[in-house]
Each structure stands twice: as C-alpha cells, then as structure tokens.
Ligand binder design. Structure first.
Ligand code: ADP
Length: 515
C-alpha cells in the first residue's frame, strides 16, 4: 500500500489560503508522557520530540506538555506554581516553561509526588498503583496550563499521545466551559501501541472526580474497567496510529486487542501515518556516538565502527571476525518483539556464520535466555542488559544486519535507523516493519532488506540464511546497503500528513459545535 496512505477524504480539507495568500499557521498543544531527550522508554519519546520539531519547520507553533520524570535534566525555564484540584485532593507543584525557539516550547510538569520515581510507569515489572491519578494529573496540568497561557497564542489543535494522555480530549469534551481556550480545538489522539490501554478499576472515577459519563461502552468502559485510551479514542475528532499497516491490523481481531470494533467504527477518522526518524540525531555522517563517520558514498567508517563495536562487546576482532556478518538487536526484550522465536531457534542460529550483539532489557525470561546463550557461545554472541542510548547508536553503526522479529510492531524506529546506517534490516512483515522494509530479490528494484511472514523458527532461520547468502555477494549487498541509506525517512513528509489530519480535526470540531 501507499507509504503515506491517508484516506482520500482527508485531502478534501485542504488548508485554506488567507487573504494574504498564506496558509494560516496552526497552534498545536501536544501532551505526552515521555519526550526525548528528557525521558524515554520507547518510540513514543522519539515521536513526541521529533514531530513538534518537524511541525515547527513547517511554520506551526507547537507546545509540548510532559511530566518531569526523575533525572529528566530539563532546561531551566520560567517557573509557574501549579495547583491542581480534582477528586477530593489538591496537589501543589510547578510548571517549567522553556522556549526552544520563538515557535516551539516545552512545558515540564514538576510534580515530584507523581513523577520523581525510578520508573516512568512501573517498577520491577509492576505498574504503579496510582497511575490513574498520575496521568489524570498530567491531563489536568496540561489543560490548566492551556487555560492560563494567555500569551501563548491561539490553540487550534490538542494532540494527545497514548493512554497516558487519553483523558485530555475527554475532559475537554466534558467541560468545555472550564477549558474555554481549547474547547473548540480539533482533538487528535495518536495510538503508539494498542497493547497499552490504561485500564483501571471503575472506583477511580469517583476518586479522581471523573464523570460517570465516561463509563459507557461508547466512551471509556472496557470490560468493566475504565480505559484511558478508549476515553481518548472516543473523544478525539481524529485518531491516528503510527503506520498505515498497523492502522489496518488494529481494526482486525488478531491485533486489535479488543479495540478492533471501536477502531473500525471510526472509519476514515482513523488514519495511519508512518513515523519519521530524527535525521539530525541519527546520521552516520555526524553521529557523535560513532567512532568514525561514513555515508553511502564512502562506507570506510562503517568498518571502523564494526571493529569498535566488536571490541566494546569483548568479541574477537581478527580479520575473520571483521569479515563475518554482525547481526544486531536493540530492543525492549518483551513478548511483542518476538524473541521467544529467536530463543526457540537458538541452537540453529548459533550455527550460522554470524556474530550477534544484543542490547536490551525487559522480561527476565528473555534477559536470561540471551545471557545464557552468550555464556554458551562467548565468541558468537555478546549481550548487554540495560537501556543504553550510546550502545544503541554503536550497534546501528557497526552491525551488518539488524533483526526485528516482532509479533506486532506499530511502526518500529530501529529498522529505519538501520536503513540510514547501512545496516540491512531483517524483520517480520508486520505493521510499520512491513511498510518500510522491501524484500530482497535478484530482480527486486527497490529492495532494502529481508522479511518473513510466519512467527516461526523455520521462517526466521530461512530468511536469515538468505540474508547471509546475499551478504557474501559483495556487489548485491552494497546495492542493498546503499538503497537503504539513500531513502528519505525524515519527518517532513509525515509532519505534512499530520497537518492534513489537524485540518480534518478542526473541521470535525467545527461540525460538533454546529450541531
Ligand atoms: P518500542 O517503542 O516498541 O520500544 P520502537 O522501535 O518504536 O519500539 O522504538 C524503540 C526505541 O527505543 C528506539 O529508539 C530504540 O533504539 C530504543 N531502545 C529500545 N531498547 C533500547 C535499549 N536497551 N537501549 C537503548 N535504546 C533502546
């Protein structure tokens, strides 16, 4: 399907020209629970950082509200006291407002009671018991800020991300008289991963002073629980997700997590827009985390990076080892990512002529599985458990292949980083992986990697074998590497699709008010 597929009707709400002939700038308020570089557990943080920046480049005004999690290292800015009252309690904290440029601001919600913690959402694999309160708090803080931010200009769009911001559109819809400055804004919700739905016992409704109107099947009730994500889906004017294929998959039972019917019901108000990548941060020609730089014209630095990668992981670095393909993995080690299939195929995989480097953290079962494998095959596999941005860049730069065998993948960023770093992706053909990786074939013109359909050891091993055979054909491999490196994965085309969505959302909001 089309890489930037957007339902045709969205194109009908083309930007109108002003009298001066200019496209009017939009004022956009984003609300996200993690934003790189200040906090990150996954792709959401990258998107919440890069999309506002791309929107700004298109001439729009963007403000992003985020929690100040422990260790955020957030820039100094204007501090305003923040008092939030909902349910039967009042909380005192502060907002930290930072202008990154004349048309881009970030606003940190400094509420230590909620956000000064070791983990963002959970600790030791267990969700914090007060997550419903913490993220109702984020929503209230964002809306109170919007209401008082009189010098920030008009807000045309409120864009909430994932369940953590799911209450934002619901609160606006329910209390327009309280939040007048955003009451008529177009409301957009983006689903970054449908597996996380923000499910809470219905008791939180009274405790947090929410309306029981939310607890209906049409809004936020989900099998007897309140789902913050469903609240957001039901209240937004347009719902987006992060790739065209995932938009289709989530309307089907297999990957719909019980939301497929709700999402189907949105019809063309549910849109898949592929994430871009931040090409200033992820650029092999200038990446400060790489020991040597390179480009599609001159790949010498990639070989230097490969040597440093092997050294860093304590793997052999002789000529043989440098010639042998390195397969990289950088990931959350969780069921979604399909590592059960990798571990099930481990013995066969270790017979392949390849070296493995793994960086990841997550479920103990997978962490232990990879560590045990590295102990058994110390010259073939090295594993670092943890979240390490620097190592992630080094693996992207130094590996030859990058493996993502995901069971589902809303978009996936690492395969796009890999393409840009000349590291050929081997992926399961699902979600955004399917949208971005084009299968190698001797006559396939635009091929940039390898993909397999079945989540089975046989399919995985078969595809890796094929990839390793092509690796030995230096000319073909070079074509694949260059095809990936030359493609444009920047945010600009995606940001333009979001602007179309914003115009559609404004149109929908206007219709709502006209009714
Ligand atoms: P998800 O959001 O499901 O985790 P994505 O591929 O969309 O998957 O984004 C993952 C992001 O997190 C990428 O930027 C990736 O490099 C990074 N990442 C994941 N695990 C690690 C890790 N252990 N160390 C460093 N970066 C990681």
């Amino acid at each position: 399907m089309d890489r930037w597929a957007v339902p045709h009707s969205l194109n009908d709400s083309r930007p109108r020209k002003t009298l001066a002939g200019r496209t009017p700038r939009l004022g956009v308020l984003h609300v996200a629970s993690e934003v790189a570089p200040w906090s990150k557990t996954g792709g959401l943080a990258d998107v919440a950082s890069a999309l506002p920046s791309a929107l700004e480049s298109l001439g729009h005004r963007v403000t992003t509200v985020l929690p100040l999690h422990r260790g955020s290292d957030f820039p100094e800015g204007e501090r305003r006291p923040l008092t939030l009252t909902f349910g039967s309690r009042t909380w005192h904290g502060a907002l930290q407002i930072v202008s990154l440029s004349p048309s881009r601001r970030v606003v940190g919600v400094d509420m230590p009671e909620w956000f000064d913690r070791d983990g963002l959402y959970a600790i030791g694999g267990t969700d914090y018991a007060d997550n419903a309160e913490r993220f109702a708090g984020l929503a209230h803080a964002a809306l109170d800020f919007a209401q008082q931010d009189l010098d920030g200009g008009r807000i045309d769009i409120v864009h909430a991300h994932d369940w953590q911001a799911g209450l934002v559109p619901s609160l606006i819809r329910q209390q327009p008289a309280r939040w007048t400055r955003v009451a008529r804004a177009g409301l957009v919700l983006t689903i970054h991963n449908l597996a996380f739905q923000g499910l809470f016992p219905k008791e939180v409704i009274d405790r947090l002073g929410l309306s029981w109107d939310l607890f209906t099947m049409d809004v936020g009730e989900f099998w007897g629980h309140l789902s913050y994500l469903k609240c957001g889906v039901a209240s937004a004017d347009v719902v987006t997700t992060v790739s065209p294929s995932y938009a289709i998959e989530t309307t089907q039972a297999e990957l719909g997590f019980g939301f497929d019917g709700v999402l189907r019901g949105l019809s063309d108000r549910y849109v898949g827009i592929l994430n871009g990548i931040d090409t200033s941060v992820w650029d092999p020609a200038s990446d400060p985390q790489l020991p040597a730089h390179y480009s599609s014209e001159d790949l010498a630095g990639k070989r230097v990076t490969k040597r440093v990668l092997l050294e860093t992981f304590g793997l052999p670095v002789g000529d043989d080892a440098i010639d042998r393909p390195v397969i990289g993995i950088v990931s959350r080690l969780v069921e979604q990512k399909g590592f059960d299939v990798v571990l099930a195929a481990a013995d066969t995989l270790m017979e392949l002529d390849a070296t493995w480097v793994v960086v990841g953290s997550g479920d103990a079962e997978y962490e232990r599985g990879f560590q045990a494998l590295a102990r058994r095959f110390p010259s073939r596999m090295a594993v670092r458990i943890g979240f390490d941005e620097g190592l992630a860049h080094l693996v992207e730069g130094g590996a030859d292949l990058f493996l993502m065998p995901s069971r589902f993948e809303p978009c996936g960023l690492n395969q796009m980083y890999s393409l840009r770093y000349g590291t050929v992706p081997v992926v399961r053909a699902v979600g955004g992986l399917d949208d971005t990786v084009r299968q190698y074939g001797p006559r396939a013109k635009r091929a940039n990697g390898f993909k397999f359909k079945d989540a089975t050891p046989e399919a995985l091993v078969g595809t890796l074998r094929q990839a390793l055979r092509v690796y030995r054909r230096a000319d073909r491999w070079a074509d694949l590497v260059r095809a990936g490196m030359k493609a444009d994965h920047s945010w600009a085309p995606s940001a333009r699709e979001y602007v179309k969505v914003y115009r559609r959302a404004r149109h929908e909001a206007a219709q709502r008010w006209a009714e």
